[in-house]
Design a protein around this ligand. Structure first.
Ligand SMILES: [Fe+2]
Length: 264
């Protein structure tokens, strides 16, 4: 019998780990998923990592393009999302980023996200909210209040490197990526975004801590550079993302009934 693909193994482990709503998996169980993702190579998901020129990935683009203008296309290569699998409990997909493209600062409300860089280098900056929420009214009219967040990570990650994990309130739940070289990230979202269930993606702008005056300054032993004020913004107009066609091994869904398990 042919060996199951690593994508199939990831699907099966996610299915076991991320049960339908209500039950939170243990940190230990989530780390098992990240350990498995650590072993997955570009080739195993249908990508080549021996050819990193900037126009790579065009072969994966499908016809399901987001409706962005040709004018935008002249200025920036798109970020491509390759969908592998999605159910109510989790999703698996790949983001392919050309050099200098970025996914702006955004949140993952109530979600756990595992990200494995398959090839290339990317700058990652991430924050977690300070709890309880610490809000400041913006001096600018028509601006949302700003909320205090603490820096979790501000570094360049280069493949091969361990899978990163963000949790609902730790590990850098708000993050932004900028591609230093062409790069690709295998992402597991658990659960996926869902407007219906109140898990919308909100984009933010970050301001240095010193941008807003506060009556109560931070504790003496805290570095102000480790904090930032985040303001919710509309989806950035220059975010140019489109769907591509995933060409790696597909997932065979399992439906298990008491005493039997059927693959369809
Ligand atoms: Fe994200």
């Amino acid at each position: 019998m042919a060996k199951a693909s690593s994508v199939q193994a990831l699907y099966e482990l996610c299915k076991k780990t991320f049960a339908p709503a209500g039950v939170s998996p243990s940190t230990h169980a989530i780390r098992k998923v990240s350990s498995l993702m650590d072993t997955i190579s570009s080739a195993e998901v249908g990508l080549k990592d021996d050819d990193l020129e900037d126009d790579r990935g065009h072969g994966f683009f499908g016809s399901n393009l987001l409706k962005n203008s040709a004018r935008t296309a002249r200025w920036a290569q798109p970020i491509t999302y390759l969908h592998i699998y999605e159910c109510d409990s989790f999703s698996i997909g790949i983001f392919c980023l050309p050099t200098s493209s970025s996914i702006p600062l955004h949140d993952h409300p109530g979600m756990t996200v595992l990200s494995k860089i398959l090839y290339g280098s990317m700058h990652v900056k991430s924050y977690d909210w300070i709890e309880p929420a610490y809000l400041m009214r913006s001096a600018e009219p028509d601006h949302f209040p700003v909320r205090l967040a603490k820096l979790h990570m501000d570094t360049v990650l280069t493949a091969p490197c361990p899978t990163t994990i963000l949790y609902p309130s730790s590990g850098g739940n708000l993050h932004c990526f900028t591609a230093v070289t062409p790069c690709a990230v295998l992402d597991v979202l658990a659960p996926p975004y869902s407007e219906e269930d109140g898990r919308c993606c909100t984009y933010y702008h970050d301001y240095p801590y010193s941008s807003f005056s506060t009556e109560n300054r931070l504790e003496v032993n805290e570095q102000e550079d480790d904090y930032a004020w985040l303001e919710a913004i509309r989806a950035p107009p220059d975010l140019y993302m489109r769907s591509g066609r995933y060409s790696g091994p597909t997932v065979q869904e399992e439906f298990c009934f008491p005493g039997s398990c059927t693959i369809i």
